[in-house]
Design a protein around this ligand. Sequence first.
Ligand code: SF4
Length: 944
Amino acid sequence: MIATKTISRRDFLKLAGASAGGLAAMAALGHGFKTLSASEARQQQEAGKRVVYTACVMCPAECGLAVEVENGVISNIYGNIHVPYNSGTVCAKGVSGLQLVYNVNRIKYPMIRVGERGEGKFKRVSWEEALDYIATKLIEIKQKYGAESVIMDCGDVTDRDPYYYLFRAFGTPHTVEHGSICDTPRRHGPKLMFGGKRIEPDIMRPVLVRQPDGSLKNDYSYRTRLIIYVGWNPFTATRINYESRGTVEAKLAGARIIVIDPAFSNTATKADRWIPIRPGTDADLFAAMLRYILENHRDDDPFRRYIDWSFKEYSQGWEEFEAAFRSWWDRKDPLNGLPYFSLEWAAERTGIDAQTIAELAHTFGITKPAALVWGMNGIGHHYNGYTASILGTALNVITGNMEVPGGAIDTELVKSSKGGKASGGDFLKREVTRIVNGREVKGKIEELHMDGYGDWPAAWDDVVGDYPRRFIEGVTLRYGPFRGHRYPIKAYFIRTGNPVITGSNTQKWIEALTAKDETGNYKVELVVYIDTVFLETGLYADVVLPEASYMERMSLSDIYPVHPVLYLRDFVIRPMYESKTQYEICWALARKLHEKGDPDIQPKDFWEKYPTEEDFWNEALRVAPGRPNTGEPLPYPNLPKGYKLLGTPDSLEAGRVQIDDEKKEIRGEPLTVQWLREHHGVAVWPMSWKRFHGGGVLQTDSKKVEFVWDYTVEKDGQVQRKGRYAKYNKLIEEAGETPPSIARLGWQKYPSTFYWFETRWNPYTNPDYAKYREEYPFQVISGRIHHAMSGTQMVDWLGRLPTEDLWMPLNDERVVEEVILGENGPTPTGRRVRIPRGTWSIGVIQMNRADGERLGLKTGDLVELETPQGFKTRGKVVLVETIRPGVLRLPFGGGGRFSPGLGKTWAFQDITPNHNALVDPENLSPIMGQPAYGDVIVKVRKLG
Ligand code: SF4
């Protein structure tokens, strides 16, 4: 029986405080959303309604929610006012989660494939049958090829720990998540230099701050004077919820907002200035800004005092970095004959005039506090995004903007720790034996990793974009103790992800998942798809398992706050149909593996150790907040400075702690699920700034900001090699073999400081591609839309909404046969459904009006895009003034939330462009193998 809840679309939009104008505007106006106050929550409970504090997953921002439940059915979704990250707001998409939870197209039962992969033919089976099938196959594969032949891809959304735990215990080093195909170049600079990940502006409010009188108070003040967003569109892309609210508030408080993006995004609509840069040239812009700042800084001139030299107190290696950077200044770019990083050079390449670049550098240098922030669809999607994120990080550091109030914050370094032993990392340290070239070799499980010890040694987030090749060719380890070991990939588990569409080139993924060996069997012998909704990749699975929706399971959220905040995803309702939680799925599979004699799955590690789901998550909470008592104002002035904090906020506040001087730890009462339930689902520890000083939160070898990444230090008469690249360079030197990805750049190992290389498929910056300029005159980029990450195309309310001229109600009239997800997979119901013209939003191709008119096109015309390699996609064009000429923008993954059974959008698959059909499968960025989604050039042909 499907529980239903009926709300009209008008009521839905009213509830979200929005008009049909799109989600961005809704997200921007935080005060437009319905918030449930503490007293209202109490009133609801008194009226017989339950309010459960949990976390959203309708997008990866994971806002805190207060969900009202009546008679076991969700009746309303509100923001949780106690979670400072979203501060009580919930957007229209969050409210529409009702239609995802109570959707007829959820996966309801385990299913096993009966047709060929891709045909979508399945039969319903019991959990017992499904798990038996999987466990039998896993044990067979392990015995024949080793556990390393199994990949567990935990996909797009959160709540991954039970999967990590099970598969690491099983013995595979391949437990991965979508981050590796999302934005690794974007994160590279902060990782190298801070041990962090993402730089965000200090605009999350409120923040809990220690006052001079010793009390703790919420601080709502916005001190930022300038934010420069580069290829970053938080008003649509979400993930960092507070950025849309905070940007508006910061602007109202006097901050200047500059957006640099080829397209006039929703974020650009709120900016003081939009600078339409040429795609793939962000590194050029940053290099010119850095050169300008270095050449024009004057200590004695307050109008040109760009550099705050105090950064040297908490950094090392600047001299080497600066020298390597300056060494390029006298060289001439072969493409334009101009000196590297000069204003004229950057103007030629970026398409931004030299005066504007100089103004930008000056403004950023002189305005403090400020934040330079870059995003995933920009820098994160280019082959050379690494150079851009390194330069951007350096710019934030030398101008003194890191970690100052109103400046820039690396959220990875300051958010609460979680996971700990519940992530199963200890299992990867176990010793295993393999026969390599006839020799018995011992090593750790982690040393069997196909990237870290294979083709991509510095790919600490794995190389999912390269999976299709490994599925077909197998793996050869090049480094570490198992050098020379070869193994095939035989099992692929994908959970809440859709790599066929989002994991680089679509066609290559399909070829790899359907490739057969000489005996006619699939090369990858087992493909398991686990999700609440049925996406395209599910069509290629042998077994489909229904995972409980985000309202029916438990875990923890900690999404990029500027100080430690951790909140609970709790059971709002019981899992529907036959779906199971992650813990239930993993523990049931563990029991099955144990029954069948798998030696690595032991009761003491599973049901004896964590007999309930709550026990498991309590283990994950044990390491919270796990950050040092550091910064200004000191979070806990009565506790030792610099010591790691562990435990609930109230126990630390009251001093109910044990202090371990040897480990430099302060241990309060451990945080638990129960504690969170008793405190509105959330734990909030105090904010402070200047957390880089004296080591603070930095996660580098030197506990300083590092501008060098392979260096030596002497300790106790011993020379030690340090820095983020040192480990990989040691492996390379021991093996005497350069990884192919960096050999292509002419390097023998990873550089020890500043480096530079050009992006690919860019005729305006890379001489190798200049010949394509005339025939392939368009660069293709992508933009986020409201359908992202969670399969929301099956949500009817969201199906009608447009996003940024990228997802528009441009459907033609069609009468289609309804297909729903039944017991045997996608099943036609026989019912004919008329979809009137202009009533359903579909992915489109955004094109500059002048370009379109020159080609004789008008909005709504169907075109085909083709790359020099012959990759094609098709869609309707929308002509706008709000994109740089010569650039086309497609919705990212917008073609990816498809599958028969996912609502009306599937009916328009033939005219919905798929960005990833165009991506060069070999164009994986050289350091970490991120697919270079943003380096694509095409010609355009009108169809019909
Ligand atoms: S921003 Fe994302 S996580 Fe937050 S309420 Fe909206 S959909 Fe949910």
